[in-house]
Design a protein around this ligand. Structure first.
Ligand SMILES: [Zn+2]
Length: 123
């Protein structure tokens, strides 16, 4: 893998994931609003409220899981995985800089870039 490919892949991934995340977020907020309005304006017995609390919690877990899996899949799609251990790279700024400076995987220590890495590029 070349450093350039990594940077380009990461930029594309960030862009696409942000768009998807915004859509998902908007949908989730709408659903929450509808749920809150429904609970506020329609007389719901405490029994029903308790009955609806669990599906909401489960839905939240499912949402987080789907978002995590989507990001993982997208990382693979854009080639943002370690050539040695095949694990996707972290998107954290600190981890990214460490990878760019050292040129080695933060998890297995394997070499990531084919070209010699000596400085952190702009952007
Ligand atoms: Zn690795």
């Amino acid at each position: 893998m070349k450093k350039e490919d990594f940077l380009q892949g990461q930029a594309e991934l960030t862009c696409r994931f942000r768009t998807r995340f915004r859509i998902a977020n908007a949908g989730f907020l709408c659903a929450m609003l509808i749920w809150i309005l429904a609970v506020t304006y329609f007389p719901v017995s405490p029994f029903l409220k308790a009955k609806f609390a669990w599906p909401v919690v489960i839905a939240l877990y499912v949402l987080v899981f789907v978002a995590w899996r989507t990001l993982r899949q997208m990382k693979r799609q854009f080639g943002l995985v370690c050539p040695s251990c095949q694990r996707p790279f972290s998107l954290k700024e600190s981890a990214r800089e460490k990878l760019l400076v050292s040129g080695t995987c933060g998890r297995c220590g394997g070499r990531v870039f084919d070209d010699v890495v000596s400085e952190v590029p702009q952007g």
